[in-house]
Design a protein around this ligand. Structure first.
Ligand code: MN
Length: 734
């Protein structure tokens, strides 16, 4: 295990100003925290964070990153806390360790291959600071290097995850060296036979052709030296995994692979790269289609080099990568390589600012570097601002759901499945009950509670952020409203048939659809419920021979009020029924939240205890009026719109109903207060207050209020009349 002084030495080798005391304190703290914990290998656990730190010293990273590596498993695996680390090592290191703790939790989540891309985005979004990712990658590398100690059944999952997520991430960060090793270790675990085969063949080839590699190296170096180009030429075998991918991709056998060897030419200046290409292309014939200039057009991860393949000595195909020292370091170490450039000259001093990449953060770090910031500062300020417009959440089964920022559990539910959204009645976020309108955070695990037969409240439509949720809510609300209208329509039609002395059946109605010019029974029911079609028309459509005159000429059936009818003649015998005359067949009316589309008379409303009548209004359903309402005379000549209705109340609900009163009160301070107090103390709600007919001493106050029933309302009116500031109270419509 690495000693305390060895860690300090490693850092001091590249950073003479390293904070020795800080490194020592971190070493001792982590050693004590992990105590007697052991790794799967049997080694003390503490050896792991030390090895991770060592990998990062190879990348020459700043003190905070090294210390964070030493501490990276303390919060999750020991009794250490964020507060304690903040206190002992400062908030910067605290934040790094905290980020690593969050990432570690993600290791427990199952990931499907097709979600790898989203998962990488999640890592980036959670990491928040590029240094967290660097430690995470080093952590993964050490775990992969020691994977053979882990029980076999766990190995494949970890290796697959490394191949799917961490190796490509290293690649995107430009860290080719790290990527190669992660891929090779995963490949070895997942396909040990293929790996062994390729490795054996490479070994064979190496003994046979090491002389060839050396001679090509020498020949090329001399040719370049003759033109005055100082270059370092190095031949190498390709990594087994990249050979495997090529074999798989092109479905060719090992023998047919031409570029198992690659040569790298590293020069000082950018112009030298092009001079090298000139020399090589003059000396040997090129293989068509293999020339690529990634210097003038760098890859997204800032990789820059010139690639070419030539037919070299002995008709051997030789692949060449030509690059400067800086390009080489960026290719090998990616973002970490930027820490090497402390003089602020920038990368080869050329116009990097023109380059626009998908991975803007990388470009930004390079720009910051070019502006002369110290590498420590630049690493510290490199927040991963990418994907800030997205959040990534999980289902309880570990499926990853990507949502726009600001999304709620309702959006989440609809993203999983429309039925889940429609039935959502509650949710748990990370195991805790939370409101359905909470804003989701990265990494949240969301568990939606659903109930059958629910439909989403229409108000959700304006509260969700995803188009999918919005469209589904709109559709569900429309369906629910249509169902309400159809329910009302069915009742109206059934009663109309009854009065006509006919039996209503959907079968018969179905046969008559063409006559009504509608597509379905439901269409007819909804149209009648909405007041767009009259029930009499439906009766006539089903029974064309029906003569309603016969019915209207006769006296109303016993127990049936005579003031509704199928034609005008009937409505003209309008009479107020006695209290006992309410038809048992009348349509039952609940409050506003019942299953029928009900409204109350616009001026004055109606309350239980009132005898009521329904007026069918096209597009609105039923409007309920107290039978004494003067507004009803307006419908006298439209008898088909009159409906027989009755109250059907659930006593338990203590619902409120709208009513209106006019209070004539003294025009003096406190009068309105007195009135409001009476109403409030009686347990009624005031909806709206308006002053009319102001005179100097008295004024009329129109008050919209919600009461439980007629008794409640009358009680309030009586109480108001006892107040000295009140001279007169009247119910509107009453
Ligand atoms: Mn670890």
């Amino acid at each position: 295990m690495m000693r305390q002084y060895e860690l300090v030495d490693r850092v001091r080798r590249y950073n003479p100003n390293a904070d020795e005391d800080l490194l020592n304190r971190a070493y001792v703290y982590a050693m004590k925290a992990h105590g007697a914990q052991k790794r799967a290998s049997g080694d003390p656990y503490f050896s792991h964070p030390l090895e991770v730190a060592a990998i990062l010293t190879d990348l020459k990273l700043d003190d905070a990153t090294i210390v964070a590596a030493v501490l990276h498993d303390t919060i999750e695996d020991t009794t250490a806390t964020r507060e304690e680390i903040d206190h002992l090592f400062g908030p910067e290191i605290g934040a790094l360790v905290d980020g690593l703790t969050k990432l570690k939790k993600l290791d427990l989540v199952s990931k499907r291959a097709e979600q790898a891309e989203n998962f990488r985005k999640l890592l980036l979004a959670i990491a928040d600071d590029v240094r967290v990712l660097l430690v995470k990658l080093a952590d993964r590398l050490h775990n992969m290097r020691t994977l053979h100690f882990v029980p076999p059944e766990k190995r494949a999952r970890i290796a697959q995850e490394t191949l799917d997520i961490y190796a490509p991430l290293a690649g995107r960060m430009g860290m080719q060296h790290l990527r190669d090793e992660l891929e090779d270790l995963s490949f070895r675990t997942l396909m040990s036979e293929a790996h062994a085969m390729i490795e054996a063949r490479l070994k064979d080839l190496e003994t046979n052709s090491s002389a060839l590699i050396t001679s090509i190296e020498r020949e090329l170096t001399e040719a370049l030296a003759k033109r005055g180009i100082e270059a370092e030429v190095k031949g190498r075998q390709k990594a087994p995994y990249s050979i495997f991918k090529k074999m798989e991709h092109k479905s060719i056998a090992f023998e047919q692979l031409s570029d198992i060897f690659g040569f790298r030419v590293v020069v000082k200046e950018v112009e030298d790269c092009y001079r090298v290409i000139g020399v090589v292309h003059t000396k040997w014939p090129t293989v068509p289609g293999r020339f690529k200039d990634y210097i003038s057009t760098p890859k997204q991860n800032d990789y820059r080099s010139i690639h070419t393949t030539v037919v070299g000595p002995g008709r051997q195909r030789v692949e060449l990568q030509v690059r400067t020292r800086t390009m080489h370091e960026i290719a090998e170490y990616g973002i970490a390589a930027h820490a090497l450039y402390k003089d602020g000259r920038g990368i080869d001093g050329d116009a990097l600012s023109q380059e626009s990449r998908a991975y803007q953060w990388l470009r930004r770090t390079i720009e910051m570097l070019a502006e002369g910031d110290s590498p420590e500062e630049f690493l510290e300020h490199t927040k991963l601002e990418l994907f800030l417009d997205q959040v990534f959440c999980f289902t309880p089964k570990g499926r990853l759901i990507a949502l726009p920022r600001g999304a709620t559990p309702i959006d989440f539910a609809y993203a999983v499945h429309t039925e889940l959204g429609n039935g959502a009645i509650g949710c748990k976020i990370n195991g805790r009950i939370a409101p359905l309108l909470s804003e989701l955070q990265n990494g949240d695990e969301v568990d939606i509670t659903r109930a059958e037969g629910q439909s989403p409240p229409a108000a959700w439509e304006s509260l969700v952020v995803t188009g999918k949720a919005r469209a589904a809510i709109r559709r569900a609300t429309r369906d629910a409203v249509r169902k309400q209208y159809a329910g009302l329509g069915r009742q109206i039609i059934a009663r109309a048939f009854e009065r006509a002395g006919k039996q209503f059946s959907e079968e018969k109605l179905k046969a008559s659809l063409p006559r009504l010019a509608r597509q379905s029974v439901e269409d007819v029911l909804a149209a009648v419920g909405r007041g767009e079609m009259f029930s009499g028309d439906v009766v006539r459509a089903v029974h064309p021979d029906f003569r309603e005159e016969r019915k209207s000429a006769s006296t109303p059936a016993k127990g049936e009020p005579g003031w509704f009818g199928l034609n005008k003649a009937a409505s003209l015998v309008f009479k107020v029924p006695g209290k006992d005359e309410v038809s048992p067949n009348a349509i039952p009316i609940r409050g506003l939240n019942g299953d029928l589309p009900v409204r109350f008379a616009p001026n004055g409303g109606a309350v239980p205890g009132d005898r009521i009548v329904g007026i069918l209004t096209p597009g609105e359903g039923i409007t309920i009026y107290p039978i004494q309402s003067p507004a009803l005379t307006a419908f006298d000549d439209q008898p088909e719109r009159w409906l027989d209705v009755r109250w059907d109340l659930d006593e338990e609900l203590h619902e409120f109903f709208p009513s209106q009163i006019i209070v004539n009160a003294l025009n003096e301070p406190g009068a309105l207060g007195t009135i409001a107090t009476v109403i409030g103390e009686e347990g009624a709600n005031i909806d709206h207050v308006e002053f009319v007919n102001r005179s100097s001493d008295f004024r009329d106050i129109v008050i919209d209020l919600q009461v439980h029933d007629l008794k409640h309302l009358t009680g309030i009116i009586s109480l108001l009349k006892t107040k000295s500031v009140v001279s007169r109270v009247e119910r509107v419509n009453g």
